[in-house]
Design a protein around this ligand. Structure first.
Ligand SMILES: [Zn+2]
Length: 382
């Protein structure tokens, strides 16, 4: 197979523009050389492709639910619990997992990501996602508190070891499930500090989530409140383990140094936070404190882009709303996401070696310019 020499107006990754004009010499899905056209040269056996625009590595979406991609987007809810019961449960009941994941994979590629932290509602969903999107990292969701939590913790060994796990959230999983997940040596992710109601349930065992678990019929007398903020409880039980937590809409000042000293990465999903009515996310303070903050989309249901699932749209929101630095955002959407998912960050950097794909943004010349427009990237190689 001939090698492909791609010339473009500019090339950029999390470091900003590396060369303008730029050149990338590809051999299959490996970058052989990268730099200016003069630095890369023109080997004898290459095909040359000219791109009018900017080349970048592909993105990492650290938190998605591909199996919720089959029903389009949903209107914002009046409460998180109503949304789960009225929107998510009917989708789960239909059981059209394969179709939904096919849609989700297509939309993820449309949005420039093949490395996706996929929260899978079953082993079947995880298998399907992995088959269709080999670079994704499926986390199989675990649910259970009290007596049921003990059972889930004991049965964790039966989940195929290839898969990472997601103790679902503090309102749906007991600490024994978290403990067993961390002790299993698998990659672990969770939802954490997403709603005010979750904090109340963890600290006091009361409120909307108590009514919810009672309504579901899964409450039992062995279920006790954690008597502390869920971030404190989960960090304690993680005991230094590496894991990813989605959302963190509600943190206290003292959590900033705690998170920085932990091995927890934050999967910030800006549009999902807006969708559920959360404001003033402290992601910039987390970054400044030294926390690894990566970008996720959460499910398609929460998005404002019915045709794609892309952290590019998350970057664009933060750039416009929070006046965020383009290179910082690009790092969050690439290397920070790779670190969070435990995959090789060099896959999303323009340097010699294997790549998770290269994107072309027509008529763009800087990271800033791709955030100012609405254009979608084209895959140069995947
Ligand atoms: Zn989620």
């Amino acid at each position: 197979m001939p090698r492909n020499l791609i010339h473009s107006d500019a090339i950029a990754d999390y470091r900003g523009v590396i060369a303008s004009p730029g050149a990338v010499l590809m051999n299959g899905n490996c970058i052989e050389a990268v730099g200016t056209p003069e630095e890369v040269g023109t080997p004898a056996d290459v095909e040359i492709t000219q791109i009018n625009g900017l080349l970048t590595p592909s993105f990492v979406n650290v938190h998605a639910h591909l199996d919720l991609s089959g029903d389009g987007i949903a209107p914002p809810p009046d409460s998180f619990i109503n949304w789960v019961e009225e929107i998510v449960y009917p989708i789960r009941a239909k059981g059209e997992v394969t179709h939904a994941i096919e849609q989700g994979v297509r939309m993820s590629k449309e949005g420039g990501s093949v490395i996706v932290g996929d929260i899978a509602s079953s082993v079947l969903a995880a298998e399907c996602a992995k088959k269709l999107l080999p670079r994704c990292v499926p986390f199989v969701e675990l649910f259970g508190s009290g007596t049921r939590g003990q059972l889930v913790a004991e049965q964790l060994g039966h989940v195929e070891h290839a898969f990472a796990v997601q103790p679902h959230a503090p309102y749906s999983c007991g600490l024994e499930v978290y403990k067993a997940s961390f002790e299993s040596g698998r990659k672990v992710a969770t939802h954490l500090a997403e709603t005010i109601e979750e904090l109340e349930y963890a600290e006091l065992g009361t409120g909307a989530f108590l009514e919810y678990v009672q309504r579901l019929g899964v409450w039992d007398t062995s279920m006790k409140a954690w008597s502390e903020h869920p971030i404190d409880a989960v960090l304690k039980i993680a005991d230094g383990a590496h894991f990813v937590s989605a959302h963190l809409n509600y943190i206290e000042d003292r959590h900033l140094p705690m998170l920085a000293q932990s091995n927890m990465s934050v999967a910030y999903c800006p549009r999902a936070s807006v969708y559920f009515g959360h404001t003033n996310h402290r992601w910039k303070e987390m970054v400044d404190a030294g926390v690894n903050v990566a970008l996720g989309t959460d499910s398609l249901l929460c998005l404002d882009t019915p045709d794609r699932i892309s952290v590019l749209d998350e970057m664009r929101l933060l750039y416009k709303r929070d006046n965020a630095d383009p290179a910082l955002l690009f790092g969050m959407a690439t290397i920070n996401g790779a670190k969070a998912l435990g995959v090789d960050a060099s896959l999303v950097v323009l340097q010699p070696g294997e790549t998770a794909g290269i994107l072309a943004f027509a008529n763009c010349h800087s990271l800033e310019s791709i955030l100012q427009v609405e254009v979608l990237p084209e895959w140069v190689c995947m």
